[in-house]
Design a binder for this molecule. Structure first.
Ligand code: AMP
Length: 191
């Protein structure tokens, strides 16, 4: 099985490009953000617990998302691999992923990182708010929290994965959606 991580700051285009990659390589696209939003929409206890954190642009506890990933690996069949979008976002999550994979006799295939500057994050998310209506896209203050959280907790993963030789970066700005998608697909083709 292949295990890819689609990495990058909020608004980098992970969700936008996941579909093409998943289709080309028969991967299951797993977005922890989308799974959490589904829990909120369904009004589950987990969703209710996560909502305040998500709406404020903060991360939910590591154990919550680690459980979601493990559950997905255990239950989803008939694919050639998984494309993780928005997970891991902290070092403990990255270490947990390594352990979950090791326990399955598997290992990470590659990290595909889409990089955009902070100013672009604000513009992209503000634009997306008009289309998707996500509460955590709604205000500059909350977008600011998400950028802070990315730099403080998620960005250190770049060094973690560079150390394993599995880290690959594509430029997410400037470029049209089609251009960035082509960069992502060509990169993965070389792996
Ligand atoms: P996303 O759709 O990836 O932008 O995620 C939306 C929100 O869900 C994030 O701002 C977090 O509050 C929460 N979330 C998603 N994935 C994770 C994760 N791996 N760890 C912690 N919180 C997460």
């Amino acid at each position: 099985m292949k295990y890819y991580i689609l990495f990058g700051p909020p608004g980098a285009g992970k969700g936008t490009h996941a579909g093409a990659l998943a289709e080309r390589y028969n991967l299951k696209h797993i977005s922890t953000g989308a799974l959490l939003r589904a829990e909120i929409a369904a009004g589950t206890p987990l969703g209710m617990q996560a909502k305040a954190l998500i709406d404020d642009g903060r991360l939910v506890p590591d154990e919550v998302v680690e459980g979601m990933i493990e559950n997905a690996f255990n239950t989803i069949k008939d694919v050639d691999g998984f494309l993780l979008d928005g997970f891991p976002r902290t070092l403990p999550q990255a270490e947990a992923l390594d352990s979950i994979l090791a326990a399955r006799g598997e290992e990470l295939t590659a990290v595909v990182s889409i990089m955009i500057p902070d100013e672009v994050v604000y513009d992209r998310i503000a634009g997306r708010a008009l289309v998707e209506g996500r509460a955590d896209d709604a205000s500059p203050e909350i977008i600011g929290h998400r950028i802070e959280t990315y730099h403080a907790q998620t960005e250190p993963l770049i060094e973690y994965y560079k150390g394993s030789g599995k880290y690959h970066e594509v430029c997410g700005h400037p470029g049209t959606i089609e251009e960035v998608r082509e960069r992502v697909l060509s990169l993965v083709e070389t792996l």
